[in-house]
Design a protein around this ligand. Structure first.
Ligand SMILES: Nc1ncnc2c1ncn2[C@@H]1O[C@H](COP(=O)(O)OP(=O)(O)O)[C@@H](O)[C@H]1O
Ligand SMILES: [Mg+2]
Length: 323
């Protein structure tokens, strides 16, 4: 067991001002605080080498959790153990075994080449010359970034910068990696190359990785197991495939029609998700799939038919909307 979280909660106290000038005056005398329960009583365990997707809508509590796990925030209540350490003790030994990478924050010096930050981290973490060389070589190769490390950071693209952020975060070979939206804002190609990197890095280094992302594609390609969080609470923890089985009550039937069919003839078959001749997608309740397919065969001029589970994206959206 590498990570163990028990009944963890975090509330923020936010100062609430009443609107307008009078509100400001009043609040000078009586400050009002509001409690925001960002994380509420969550528990989970993660084994060595797992690559887990931590997903949820904006404001769900993902970043707050990752900050507590990496020792940046003190929990309001509950216990965390990572690699046998309590993160908030912020022991050097602990900090030298983990890394937190945030897509929206950076540690690189803007005006210098990323190599300078790597060298600084080499000193901070006391990495030997030979380990440093070896890690740098390995990481730049995996990220296809050998020729970027000597370029001023501000001259790099967002995707290239993210690669440098990852090298800076991984140069000390952390055993546990917290990746908070590492692909946010990147173009599709950069997203894919980071995705490939994360996968390969996880396999090669056996590092344990907890990853949050807005892009279901990341989670789908990288993570067997997901933890779904919404409004500070865990909704699901298990295999992604089971998430779909458990939460999706429908399947999609993909049809290719050989003749145009009037939509009015499709009404009693299921929900029409998309109809652009010759392609038709119907969403049908799972228990009605057999019956519906029989009807389609009988009634519609079809050239091709396939049945698939709902897209993860749709299933997850339904969960968050409380369907
Ligand atoms: N420093 C803070 N002060 C007050 N409220 C915060 C702070 N950081 C986050 N929150 C609130 O806590 C909740 C969880 O936020 P966060 O952990 O950032 O969610 P996520 O990363 O899933 O989008 C949100 O309601 C957010 O507004
Ligand atoms: Mg966040």
């Amino acid at each position: 067991m590498i990570i163990s979280v028990n009944n963890l909660s975090k509330s923020y106290e936010v100062y609430k001002k009443e609107p307008g000038f009078l509100g400001s005056m009043k609040s000078l005398f009586a400050r009002r605080y509001e409690e925001i329960k960002a994380v509420e009583d969550i528990s989970f365990k993660i084994d060595e080498g797992e690559l887990i997707g931590f997903i949820g809508p904006n404001g769900a509590g993902k970043t707050t959790t990752l900050k507590m796990l990496s020792g940046l925030l003190y929990p309001t209540s509950g216990q965390i153990s990572v690699l046998g350490y309590k993160p908030f003790d912020r022991k050097y030994e602990y900090l030298s075994k983990i890394a937190l990478v945030m897509g929206q924050k950076n540690q690189l010096w803007w005006d210098l080449p990323a190599m300078e930050t790597f060298l600084l981290n080499k000193e901070i973490y006391g990495i030997s010359d030979s380990d440093f060389k070896e890690n740098l070589k390995e990481l730049t190769k995996l990220l296809d970034a050998e020729n970027l490390i000597e370029i001023q950071v501000k001259k790099l693209s967002l995707g290239q910068r993210m690669k440098m952020e990852l090298i800076a975060a991984l140069i000390h070979s952390p055993k546990v990696l917290f990746l908070d939206e590492p692909t946010i804002g990147l173009d599709v190609i950069a997203q894919k190359s980071l995705r490939d990197f994360i996968k390969e890095y996880n396999q090669k280094s056996k590092a344990t990785i907890l990853l949050t992302s807005h892009y279901m594609k990341d989670v789908e390609t990288l993570c067997k197991r997901v933890i779904v969080i919404n409004k500070g609470k865990i909704l699901f923890d298990g295999f992604l495939s089971n998430l779909i089985k458990q939460y999706s009550g429908t399947k999609n039937i993909y049809l290719t029609l050989s003749n145009i069919v009037d939509p009015s003839h499709l009404k009693d078959l299921g929900e029409i998700k998309k109809y652009e001749f010759p392609s038709l997608i119907l969403e049908v309740k799972k228990e009605h799939v057999n019956k519906t397919v029989a009807k389609i065969m009988e009634k519609l001029p079809i050239e091709d038919i396939t049945i698939e589970d709902q897209d993860i994206e749709d299933v997850i959206r339904d969960i968050f909307e409380g369907k």
